[in-house]
Ligand binder design. Structure first.
Ligand SMILES: *Cc1c(COP(=O)(O)O)cnc(C)c1O
Length: 229
């Protein structure tokens, strides 16, 4: 259920995040328009998304394909400019639903998933834009291609998907200083001629912008805390 007392906060939170993005970009000598805010609405109801849309927010991120498929088609009918990013680890058996619902899939991280996305795209007649997720901290429990395999996997995805492969995404380890991870991702992207860098969340998006982020994925700073999983 949505709590009506939370809704006014979304507008204020969004304004604050936008101004902090603009300030971080200015400090880095970057154009604020070059940073896309992806509002991460996972676990929050469609009413919360609608509130953000009313404030002009059109780009959203969801972790789970089923949740995205339940929430977004109706919103998209009312707002054709809406853009949905899937940012969570993706099972190959969900690839077809993902290809159907997403504008951007940020979590391409293994050859079997590339296979599944390619065949789903052929069957659906649409290919979302893709980001390779890199496990910059080499954490065993985390999605993302291992750093040692990243160059080969990125090159293979570029050969397979062409310009649909637009960039890279990472989630630094929770307790680590994120800056070196952002720098690593930026270096990898530059080496492969990729322009899009999805990095930075509620706690560290300004640091990510200093390191060249072109997409920041911000959830709790906009929508409030999520119920514990
Ligand atoms: C949930 C999530 C976010 C947003 O996290 P916040 O800390 O709430 O901003 C960003 N990226 C990914 C991949 C997520 O799963």
């Amino acid at each position: 259920m949505s709590d009506p007392h939370l809704l006014p906060a979304i507008s204020a939170n969004l304004a604050l995040v936008r101004s902090r993005i603009a300030a971080a970009a200015a400090r880095a000598g970057r154009d604020p328009a070059a940073v896309t805010l992806v509002a991460v609405s996972k676990t929050h109801p469609a009413e919360a998304v609608a509130e953000a849309i009313a404030e002009g927010q059109l780009v959203f991120g969801e972790n789970r394909v089923q949740e995205a498929a339940a929430k977004f088609p109706a919103l998209r009918e009312a707002h054709p400019n809406l853009r949905l990013h899937l940012i969570g680890g993706l099972q190959t058996n969900k690839a077809r639903d993902a290809v159907r619902v997403a504008d951007v899939i940020e979590s391409l991280d293994r050859p079997s998933l590339a296979d599944a996305i390619e065949s789903a795209a052929q069957r659906e007649g649409r290919l979302p834009r893709l980001l390779v997720q890199v496990n910059t901290g080499n954490e065993p429990q985390k999605s993302g291609v291992a750093l040692a395999e990243a160059d080969g996997f990125i090159a293979a995805c570029q050969a397979r998907f062409g310009v649909a492969l637009i960039g890279l995404m990472c989630i630094p380890p929770a307790e680590a200083d994120p800056a070196p991870h952002f720098a690593t991702l930026a270096g990898l992207a530059a080496r492969h001629g990729l322009a899009t860098l999805s990095m930075g969340m509620s706690s560290d998006y300004e640091i990510a912008i200093a390191h060249g982020a072109t997409m920041v994925r911000v959830g709790s700073a906009i929508f409030g805390h999520r119920p514990a999983a």
